[in-house]
Ligand binder design. Structure first.
Ligand code: CU
Length: 155
């Protein structure tokens, strides 16, 4: 998991080149006015722009991917994301959907939490479970965010 803030002049300094390049493209977009839905960030790299209300973490499952890395960038609002970095026990997950590249679990082992403010991004690598879209300090709020799906072969 990598965490950063596009507002910083030096945000790209310690990022692997592929993430520095893609985050540079994100930084050049008019994020607040981006249309919702799936679109190309560049050829071969898709992103999904979403707007929804945060909800309590307890009500949701966590997701995990194998073939794509997520760059999750918050555009407006605030968002708590739960995640885990210990090696996942696959018996605690449901079946892997190869077509859509995800599987779900009820519980993230050795769970951590992070809070995104606008312009902050979290990068989840394959086999790192994460549960985005959670309420911060007990209040559900509307947020706008995007998720870039980066093929692992880009690493
Ligand atoms: Cu994900």
């Amino acid at each position: 998991m990598l965490l950063g803030d596009l507002s910083r002049a030096d945000y790209a300094k310690s990022l692997p080149p592929v993430f520095a390049r893609l985050c540079g493209k994100l930084k050049n977009l008019d994020l607040v006015n981006l249309p919702l839905g799936w679109q190309d960030l560049e050829e071969g790299v898709r992103m999904n722009v979403m707007e929804f209300e945060t909800s309590p973490a307890e009500d949701k499952k966590a997701e995990m991917h194998r073939k794509f890395i997520d760059i999750q960038l918050l555009i407006s609002g605030e968002e708590m994301i739960e995640y885990g970095l210990s090696e996942p026990d696959l018996t605690l997950f449901d079946e892997y959907r190869d077509e859509d590249d995800y599987q779900l679990t009820d519980a993230i082992e050795d769970k951590n939490e992070l809070i995104l403010q606008p312009n902050m991004f979290a990068i989840f690598l394959p086999y790192e479970p994460h549960k985005p879209g959670n309420t911060v300090s007990g209040q559900n709020k509307l947020l706008k965010k995007l998720v870039v799906k980066v093929p692992v072969s880009y690493l």
